[in-house]
Design a protein around this ligand. Structure first.
Ligand SMILES: Nc1nc2c(ncn2[C@@H]2O[C@H](COP(=O)(O)OP(=O)(O)OP(=O)(O)O)[C@@H](O)[C@H]2O)c(=O)[nH]1
Ligand SMILES: [Zn+2]
Length: 199
C-alpha cells in the first residue's frame, strides 16, 4: 500500500515565484525515493490534471549538461504547471533505469560513435529499463486516474494506460535542441519513436 506522507509548500524554479507542494511517499516496493510536486492543488480539482513523469537525470536536471534535454524539459514543466497547475512525479530512474555510473559508461561509448541505445545494448542493458508501475501507484494514491500527460514518448503513454490510468490528452514538450544534443534527440525520434517537432 502506497501512502502519501508529508506535504510541504515551497517555491520552485529559477528566479520565479512558482508555488508547489512537495510530497513524499512510503510503501514503494523499490525503496526508491520518488517524490511528487503538486501545483495549485491539482489533485483536488475536478478536471484531469497535467501530469509529467520526469525521470531523474542528474547531469541534465542539475548541471544542464549539453548532452540531453532533461533540464530544459524540467524547466518547461515547472513553468507550465506554475501557470496551469499539475502534478510532477520526479522518478529516481537515472539513465533510463541503468543508474548514473552505467550512464557515464554509456556516454563514453557514445563519444566513440555509438548512439544512446547502442551504448546501452553494448553494456548488456535493454533500450530502456524504466517501469512506471510505481508512478501509476503514486497517482492512484493521490486519487488521480484521469490525466493530461506531458511527454513525447509513446512508451510512457502505453505503459500508463496498461496500468489503468486514463490519458485524456498528450501534451508534447518542445524540442530543446542545443549544441551537443541534436543527435541524441534525433535518435529518440527515430529509434524511440518520440514525437518531436523539430521546426
Ligand atoms: N542510458 C542513458 N540514459 C540517458 C542518456 N541520456 C539521458 N538519459 C536518461 O534518460 C532519461 C530521460 O529519458 P528520455 O528518453 O530523454 O525522455 P523520456 O522521459 O523517455 O521522454 P519524454 O517524456 O518525452 O521526456 C533520464 O533518466 C536520463 O538520465 C543516455 O545517453 N543513456
Ligand atoms: Zn538528461
Amino acid at each position: 500500500m502506497v501512502n502519501v506522507r508529508a506535504r510541504v509548500p515551497f517555491k520552485v524554479g529559477l528566479n520565479s515565484d512558482i508555488e508547489a507542494d512537495l510530497l513524499s511517499f512510503n510503501g514503494l516496493e523499490s525503496g526508491k525515493e520518488h517524490v511528487a510536486l503538486i501545483f495549485q492543488d491539482a489533485d483536488k480539482q475536478s478536471e484531469p490534471p497535467l501530469v509529467r513523469m520526469h525521470s531523474e537525470c542528474l547531469t541534465g536536471d542539475v548541471f544542464h549538461s549539453s548532452r540531453c534535454d532533461c533540464g530544459e524539459q524540467l524547466d518547461e514543466t515547472l513553468n507550465k504547471m506554475g501557470e496551469q497547475g499539475g502534478v510532477l512525479l520526479y522518478l529516481r530512474q537515472e539513465g533510463r533505469g541503468i543508474g548514473l555510473y552505467n550512464k557515464i559508461d554509456a556516454y563514453e561509448l557514445q563519444s566513440q560513435g555509438m548512439n544512446t541505445y547502442e551504448a546501452n545494448n553494448h553494456l548488456g542493458f535493454g533500450d530502456d529499463l524504466r517501469d512506471f508501475t510505481e508512478a501509476a501507484l503514486m497517482l492512484k494514491s493521490l486519487g488521480i486516474s484521469d490525466i493530461r500527460l506531458i511527454t513525447n514518448n509513446p512508451k510512457k503513454i502505453n505503459e500508463l494506460e496498461a496500468l489503468g490510468i486514463i490519458i485524456s490528452e498528450v501534451v508534447g514538450t518542445k524540442a530543446h535542441v542545443k549544441d551537443g544534443n541534436e543527435s541524441y534527440l534525433r535518435t529518440k525520434a527515430s529509434r524511440g519513436k518520440h514525437r518531436f517537432n523539430f521546426d
